[in-house]
Design a protein around this ligand. Structure first.
Ligand SMILES: [Zn+2]
Length: 314
């Protein structure tokens, strides 16, 4: 009895500081920060750059295209070889052009139960915008963050207990088929966020969603949307301070339409790490020459530190 009480007291103390002993539906006990075993500093900008180049090789990759299906095959093969389980979340929606089947690619570590709650979702869109008159291969817009997410899969697998607390999602249909409206654009994240609300109780939902988009510009200026939850923003800036990358991060003057927005609307805190100040945005000049391994490393190391130090811990 005395031992039981002591254990209970210990657990209370431990739970207060680390979350140990705490029954928690939203992730296994490994969901905590381990300063002696961090993954963020293992992220390689060069490796992410190679994945980005491989995706760009598939050519223009608008939603519903055969090229995007080939890119999807590449994502799935890379994720599986890094030890992740992959599931396609497919749905068909009308668009201004025609009905399109969109496919989000979800990845989990150490389980094939995709209903199991996770603490954090890390996301990127992997489609590229459809342009009838230019050859748009989206090295930065679609390629950079997706190549980075594949390298993230590799480094998270170095710490399986951490990887199990996170879901990686490659969103389809971020780009509008014509122009961004309430019904054209961010198709994949809108569908995904609705599914969360429909299928998960509030306590089971992720604590945070971190979106990466256009992170390869050598002249890097990540600006988070002005409606980013203050707590998430403060943790990002704290992580940037610790990683020595503060000068690359700041606030945008307005909200931004991107894959974080549907989650915000459903009440799941979300942050978008995006560099909108990109000269070749939505032009044929968005090519591999515009992608800096150093920029990929700057953004993603900071994002991973944000995730493992501040978001995953209980
Ligand atoms: Zn775009």
């Amino acid at each position: 009895m005395r031992f039981g009480l002591a254990l209970a007291f210990f657990c209370l103390l431990a739970a207060f500081f680390t979350g140990a002993c705490q029954p928690d539906g939203a992730g296994p006990a490994g969901c905590r920060y381990d300063p002696s075993n961090v993954v963020w500093s293992h992220f390689s900008g060069e490796r992410a750059h190679q994945h980005c180049a491989a995706l760009v090789e598939f050519g223009p990759r608008p939603a519903g295209s055969p090229a995007l299906e080939r890119a999807r095959g590449y994502l799935e093969a890379q994720l599986k070889s890094a030890g992740w389980t992959v599931e396609r979340q497919a749905f068909t929606e009308p668009t201004p052009l025609r009905p399109i089947e969109f496919v989000n690619v979800r990845a989990r570590f150490g389980t094939n139960d995709f209903k199991k709650p996770v603490r954090v979702i890390l996301g990127s869109h992997y489609d590229t915008k459809y342009f009838p008159n230019i050859r748009f291969t989206g090295a930065n817009d679609g390629g950079s963050s997706s190549g980075a997410l594949l390298e993230i899969a590799r480094v998270l697998a170095l710490r399986p207990a951490l990887a199990q607390c996170i879901e990686l999602v490659f969103f389809d249909g971020e780009e509008a088929v014509e122009d961004y409206t309430a019904t054209d654009g961010i198709y994949g994240s809108r569908f995904y966020a609705r599914e969360i609300t429909r299928r998960q109780k509030p306590a089971e939902r992720p604590r945070a969603v971190v979106i990466l988009d256009m992170i390869g510009d050598p002249d890097l200026h990540v600006r988070i949307p002005s409606d980013t939850p203050r707590g998430l923003a403060e943790w990002l800036f704290a992580a940037a301070q610790e990683a020595g990358t503060s000068s690359y991060f700041g606030w945008a003057s307005t909200p931004i339409t991107d894959d974080h927005a549907p989650f915000q609307r459903e009440g799941v805190p979300a942050i978008d790490l995006i560099d909108l100040d990109f000269q070749s945005w939505h032009t044929s000049g968005d090519t591999m020459e515009q992608i800096s391994p150093q920029s990929l490393e700057t953004v993603v190391r900071t994002a991973l530190l944000l995730v493992e130090r501040h978001l995953v811990a209980p």
